[in-house]
Design a protein around this ligand. Structure first.
Ligand SMILES: NC(=O)C1=CN([C@@H]2O[C@H](COP(=O)(O)OP(=O)(O)OC[C@H]3O[C@@H](n4cnc5c(N)ncnc54)[C@H](O)[C@@H]3O)[C@@H](O)[C@H]2O)C=CC1
Ligand SMILES: O=C(CO)COP(=O)(O)O
Length: 347
C-alpha cells in the first residue's frame, strides 16, 4: 500500500484515484478550488466532471497542496497541459521529499514544443523526484470509473519505474503494460487528439465511416512521421498509446476532442465550442504545436495542417477535405518504408 497524491480532480484524475483506491492505496485528490474539495468530501460526487459516479469515502479531496502531498511516495499529475508548469512551480515550493512522478496528461506546449515530462523536468528540481512515468492509452474516465475493461501503458526511461507504476494501477479491470519509449508514448497520446478533432468535424459534416477510417489511418501516418522524427520508436504508434488511443478518441461519444470537432462542424466558433465544453480539449493547443513543429522539422502533415486552418484561420472544413482528396498521387507503403528505413539507419 502506498500514499499517493492525485493532482487534478477532473474526470481523469478522479477515475485514476478510484483505480488506485480499489488497489488499496491511500489516495488524496487535490483540486485548486476549495469549494470543489468541499463538495467532493461532503457528497462523494464530482458532478461537473463525472456526473454518474459515487466516489468511495476513503478518497479524500484536498484544497491545500502541502497537505495533499504530505508523506506521499508518488504524485500523479492529471491536469491540462496548459497548467502543468504552474502546478509544478507550486509543487516545488511545498514538496520537501523525493517522490515518483506519474502523469496522465496528453498534450504538447505550443510555445516550446515540449512534451509534458520535459516540462516537469524543467520545473521540478531533480532532487525532488526519482523518475517520471507516463500513463497513457485508450481510457475514457467515464468507462474506467464504472469498471469497464481498459488497457493502458506505463512508460518511463527507467523500466523499473514503469513496472512500479504498472503494479500501482494494475487490476482485473484495468490492465497496464509497461514500456520505455517515453517520446513515442507522450507524442502518440498528444497528437491523436488533433485527429480526433478532425473525426468529430468529419462526422459533423455528415461524411461517413469511410472518411473517418481514412482520417484515422492517414492521421496515424502523420503522427508516426512526426513522432519518429522527434526520436520515438515507430512501432510504439501501432500500440495502445498510438493506434489504440487514436481509435477510441476518434470514435467515442465520451471524447472531448471528438465532441469539440463535431460542434465546430455544426457552425459554432472555436471560442463558442470551448465555452460549451466544461472539460479540457487538448487537441486545440496541440494542433498549434504540431502544425508549427511539423513545419520546423519539414514533416509533411496535411491533415494536421488542415485541422489547424479550420481551428485558427477560419478555413472551410469541406474545402479542406476537397484539398486533401485531390493532393498529388502517393504510394502508401513506400512512405512507411522510408520512415522505417530512416529510423533503423539512425538506431
Ligand atoms: N478525461 C479522460 O477520459 C482522459 C483525460 N486524459 C488527459 O488528462 C488530462 C486532464 O484531463 P481531464 O481530467 O479530462 O480534464 P478536466 O477538464 O476534466 O479536469 C482538469 C482538472 O484540472 C484542474 N485545473 C484547471 N486549471 C487548474 C489550475 N490552474 N491549477 C490546478 N488545477 C487546475 C481543473 O480544476 C480540473 O480539476 C488531459 O491532458 C487529458 O487529455 C487522459 C486520458 C483520459
Ligand atoms: O485521451 C483520452 C482517451 O484515451 C481522452 O480523450 P478526450 O480528451 O478527447 O476525451
Amino acid at each position: 500500500m502506498e500514499k499517493i497524491a492525485v493532482l487534478g480532480a477532473g474526470s481523469w484524475g478522479t477515475a485514476l484515484a478510484m483505480v488506485l483506491n480499489d488497489n488499496g492505496h491511500d489516495v488524496r485528490l487535490w483540486t485548486h478550488i476549495e469549494a470543489h474539495a468541499n463538495e467532493i468530501n461532503q457528497t462523494h460526487r464530482n458532478p461537473m466532471y463525472l456526473k454518474d459516479v459515487v466516489i468511495p469515502e476513503e478518497i479524500k479531496a484536498y484544497f491545500k497542496l502541502e497537505e495533499a502531498i504530505e508523506d506521499v511516495s508518488a504524485i500523479l499529475l492529471v491536469l491540462p497541459t496548459e497548467v502543468i508548469r504552474l502546478v509544478c512551480q507550486q509543487l516545488r515550493e511545498v514538496l520537501k521529499h523525493k517522490v515518483t512522478i506519474i502523469h496522465g496528461t496528453k498534450g504538447i506546449e505550443p510555445e516550446t514544443f515540449k512534451r509534458v515530462s520535459e516540462m516537469i523536468e524543467e520545473e521540478l528540481p531533480r532532487e525532488l523526484y526519482d523518475e517520471i512515468v507516463i500513463l497513457s492509452g485508450p481510457s475514457h474516465a467515464e468507462e474506467v470509473s464504472i469498471g469497464h475493461p481498459t488497457t493502458v501503458t506505463a512508460a518511463s526511461k527507467s523500466e523499473k519505474a514503469a513496472i512500479h507504476a504498472q503494479n500501482l494501477f494494475m487490476n482485473e479491470r484495468f490492465r497496464v503494460y509497461s514500456g520505455t519509449d517515453v517520446i513515442g508514448v507522450e507524442l502518440g497520446g498528444a497528437l491523436k487528439n488533433i485527429i480526433a478533432l478532425g473525426a468529430g468535424i468529419s462526422d459533423g459534416l455528415g461524411y461517413g465511416d469511410n472518411a473517418k477510417a481514412a482520417l484515422v489511418t492517414r492521421g496515424l501516418a502523420e503522427i508516426a512521421r512526426l513522432g519518429t522524427a522527434m526520436g520515438a520508436d515507430p512501432l510504439t504508434f501501432i500500440g495502445l498509446t498510438g493506434v489504440g488511443d487514436l481509435i477510441v478518441t476518434s470514435t467515442s461519444k465520451h471524447s472531448r476532442n471528438w465532441n469539440a470537432g463535431n460542434l465546430l462542424a455544426q457552425g459554432y466558433s472555436l471560442d463558442e465550442v470551448l465555452a460549451k465544453m466544461n472539460m479540457v480539449v487538448e487537441g486545440v493547443r496541440t494542433a498549434k504545436a504540431a502544425y508549427h513543429l511539423g513545419k520546423e522539422k519539414n514533416i509533411e502533415m496535411p491533415i494536421t495542417a488542415g485541422i489547424y486552418k479550420v481551428l485558427f484561420e477560419n478555413a472551410n472544413a469541406r474545402e479542406i477535405v476537397d484539398e486533401l482528396m485531390t493532393r498529388t498521387k502517393r504510394n502508401e507503403i513506400d512512405e512507411i518504408h522510408n520512415m522505417l528505413k530512416q529510423y533503423y539507419q539512425q538506431n
